[in-house]
Design a protein around this ligand. Structure first.
Ligand SMILES: NC(=O)c1ccc[n+]([C@@H]2O[C@H](COP(=O)([O-])OP(=O)(O)OC[C@H]3O[C@@H](n4cnc5c(N)ncnc54)[C@H](OP(=O)(O)O)[C@@H]3O)[C@@H](O)[C@H]2O)c1
Length: 331
């Protein structure tokens, strides 16, 4: 198969400024945490990335450890990038991260300069790229001074190995501290990547305010709570779902009857809005102008198509928002 990108690929997607930066990101981005590793079907991965690009998804999110095996999502993405999208590198925002365990010994995880520099060099090699667009500190390191981690991000930008830098899973206080250090160094923190969905609203407890104050973009990960905020688990655990896979991070025991009761009520509300639950869950995050983008995961091309169509309705009445809050608070 030879892939030719759709001519109309920029007609459907919405692009938002990432905080107070010049960078526009698609409201819906695609992440490669699951379904792009060497345990997965390569053709399916290829079809999903090409279709995503056709739908205006210009941002693809990776990390050093995505797979399994760790590193294989970057390798598979590279194959697709160089085969199908080579002529379109300047239309793409490719991110990667370092922070979680990648290799054994004291330099294979967290936030030291030794680890971050080595990891990004490995990622660039796997990706076959001279630079990534965004490089993240994947998690705060309690045992490395933020000065060291942030100075490393600053160095990476100055060396041209990343155009922008960001942080992920830093709490509001840690975020403010990291941003201040980066500002002193003269490198702006472009973006923060927190977990945020109807089922995890921690970002509302101060983080979104800090990001707005400092003009930093927010890109929400696990916006569908790994698939829980869709209709797929309403009647049990399908064999091809993340919860059924041995390497999936979604544990079947998280899918409790109480949770499914809530999901069922949300699903009814979504139907009244003429949306699927997945679409309503994405729209619900994107209604907040402080959110630049949501990073969806997908195992099938149809999921990407359905999720991008969420952008047709991201408005909520106050009654709908109250009903959602009531459902989420219910026992
Ligand atoms: N910074 C961090 O620490 C961090 C942590 C986690 C994730 N992330 C990023 O966030 C990305 C997304 O995470 P995620 O994959 O957990 O996101 P998600 O969007 O919450 O969940 C994706 C899963 O939901 C299901 N799904 C998606 N659309 C669907 C639809 N329309 N109908 C039914 N099911 C649907 C699929 O599950 P099935 O596979 O079961 O079909 C899919 O794999 C990752 O790839 C990564 O880039 C970052």
């Amino acid at each position: 198969m030879t892939y030719t990108p759709a001519q109309n690929r920029y007609e459907q997607m919405k692009y938002n400024h990432c905080g107070k930066s010049g960078l526009l990101l698609p409201a819906i981005s695609l992440g490669m945490w699951h379904n792009f590793g060497d345990v997965d079907d390569f053709q399916n991965a290829r079809v999903m990335i090409c279709r995503a690009f056709d739908l205006g998804i210009t941002h693809f999110d990776l990390a050093n450890n995505y797979g399994p095996s760790p590193g294989s999502a970057e390798q598979n993405f590279a194959k697709i990038l160089h085969r199908d999208l080579a002529a379109h590198r300047d239309e793409l925002i490719i991110s990667t991260k370092a922070g979680y365990l990648m290799w054994p010994g004291p330099y294979g995880e967290w936030g030291s300069k030794k680890y971050l520099i080595a990891s990004l060099d490995q990622s660039l090699k796997r990706l076959g790229l001279d630079y990534v667009d965004i490089f993240y500190s994947h998690r705060p390191d309690p045992d490395t001074p933020f000065e060291e981690t942030m100075a490393t991000l600053d160095q990476i930008v100055r060396q041209g190995k990343a155009l922008y830098v960001g942080i992920s899973s830093y709490d509001p206080r840690q975020t403010a501290e990291a941003v201040e250090i980066l500002n002193q160094l003269g490198t702006r923190c472009l973006i923060h990547q927190p977990r945020y969905s109807m089922l995890d609203r921690t970002a509302e407890n101060g983080l979104l305010d800090v990001l707005e104050t400092h003009g930093i973009g927010c890109i929400a990960f696990c916006p569908l709570a790994q698939g829980l905020l869709t209709d797929k688990y309403l009647d049990g655990i399908p064999a091809d779902s993340r919860a059924a896979k041995p390497h999936g991070f979604l544990q079947a025991e998280k899918i409790t009857p109480q949770l499914i009761k809530k999901v069922r009520s949300l699903n009814e509300l979504a139907k009244q809005r003429s949306q699927t639950l997945a679409q309503m869950a994405l729209a619900w995050i994107l209604k907040d102008s402080r959110v630049t983008s949501v990073i969806i995961g997908a195992s099938k091309v149809e999921q990407i198509e359905q999720n991008v169509a969420a952008l047709a309705n991201t408005d909520f009445t106050s009654d709908e928002l109250e009903r959602i809050d009531d459902i989420l608070k219910s026992d």
